[in-house]
Design a protein around this ligand. Structure first.
Ligand code: C2E
Ligand code: CA
Ligand code: CA
Ligand code: CA
Length: 279
């Protein structure tokens, strides 16, 4: 029995070592990727149902690996979040987006508000506010062209920590959105007390919105509630005409999803915006 126990322990510790070494290896590769400028940002349009224009977009990071090609964020962001790398990546993304907004402004590209995803760890470690102050000094961009997408769980953690950075951030006129709304533990009560002006309904509610009565009524309720709190509503993951029509009929302010356009590299995104505004 002793022997089995020992073997078991050895096995356990070996597999733990393996997991730890994979984590370390990937962390190292991510560090190198950041140094070698291997990350890139894709942009996905959000279409306003009122103006029928692309008024906003979400910035989504990709890792353009020299051998493996494009790696999606779900593969490497969780690893980066286990170390402090996510802080450097977050700063890189916001810097990159402000640089892009500057380029667009200089060439008179139609004005587009860009949202970036902020990891809970960056917010909880209070790395975001100072960085925003830094980049808005560096680039001549009005802060209302940037929006931060924060998940419910990050917001709740900040409330527990008495972290009021988002109030200062909102005071700077940077937009704040609650991402993946409906999947976390955000009670409706929080919404009225905090300065978020946008609510993004999670894709999981959109998937069956035209097939499932309950999803339909949840989505309608979220939209009505958000509007009564003067918030605007974005639906993410909209893939079909039927979903889009349902959302428009229910006055969802912005529609984002493959139905219009997948996230695109900046040149393709510009082309899409250009063609869209000609329709
Ligand atoms: P998210 O913030 O919920 O972003 C939406 C995801 O849904 C994106 O995946 C987007 O490409 C995808 N999507 C958009 N429309 C559709 C659709 O119609 N159908 C389907 N099936 N998917 C759609 P992506 O780009 O792979 O990003 C995955 C997640 O990675 C994001 O989820 C976000 O949590 C995280 N992420 C992406 N970029 C960053 C970043 O710069 N920083 C941080 N911290 N996280 C990021
Ligand atoms: Ca998002
Ligand atoms: Ca989302
Ligand atoms: Ca989501």
């Amino acid at each position: 029995a002793k022997r089995a126990g020992r073997n078991c322990y050895m096995f356990f510790s070996e597999s733990m070592n393996k997991a730890a070494s994979i984590q370390l290896e990937t962390e190292n590769n991510l560090k190198i990727a950041l140094q070698n400028d291997e990350f890139t940002i894709f942009y996905q349009p959000k279409v306003s149902y009122k103006s029928k224009q692309i008024t906003q977009a979400e910035a989504l990071i990709r890792w353009n690996h020299p051998k493996k090609g494009l790696i999606p964020p779900n593969i490497f962001i969780p690893i980066a979040e286990k170390s402090d790398l996510i802080i450097d990546i977050g700063k890189w993304v916001r810097d990159q987006v402000l640089q892009q907004l500057t380029i667009w402004q200089e060439k008179n590209f139609p004005p587009i508000k860009v949202s970036v995803n902020v990891s809970g760890k960056e917010f909880i470690k209070r790395e975001v506010l100072q960085h925003l102050l830094d980049i808005f000094m560096k680039y001549q961009i009005a802060p209302h062209w940037l929006e931060l997408e924060i998940t419910e769980d990050t917001l709740i953690q900040s409330i527990k920590d008495n972290n009021t950075d988002y109030e200062i951030i909102r005071g700077m006129d940077v937009g704040l959105a609650i991402d993946d709304f409906g999947t976390g533990y955000c009670s409706l009560g929080y919404l009225k007390d905090y300065p978020f002006e946008t609510l993004k309904i999670d894709k999981s509610f959109i998937n069956n919105v035209t097939k499932n009565e309950k999803d339909a009524s949840i989505v309608k309720t979220i939209i009505a509630m958000a509007h009564s709190l003067n918030m605007s509503v974005v639906a993410e993951g909209v893939e079909t005409q039927e979903q889009r029509d349902f959302l428009v009929a229910n006055k969802c302010d912005l529609i984002q999803g493959y139905f219009y356009c997948k996230p695109q590299p900046v040149d393709k995104f510009e082309e899409f915006v250009h063609n869209f505004s000609q329709q």
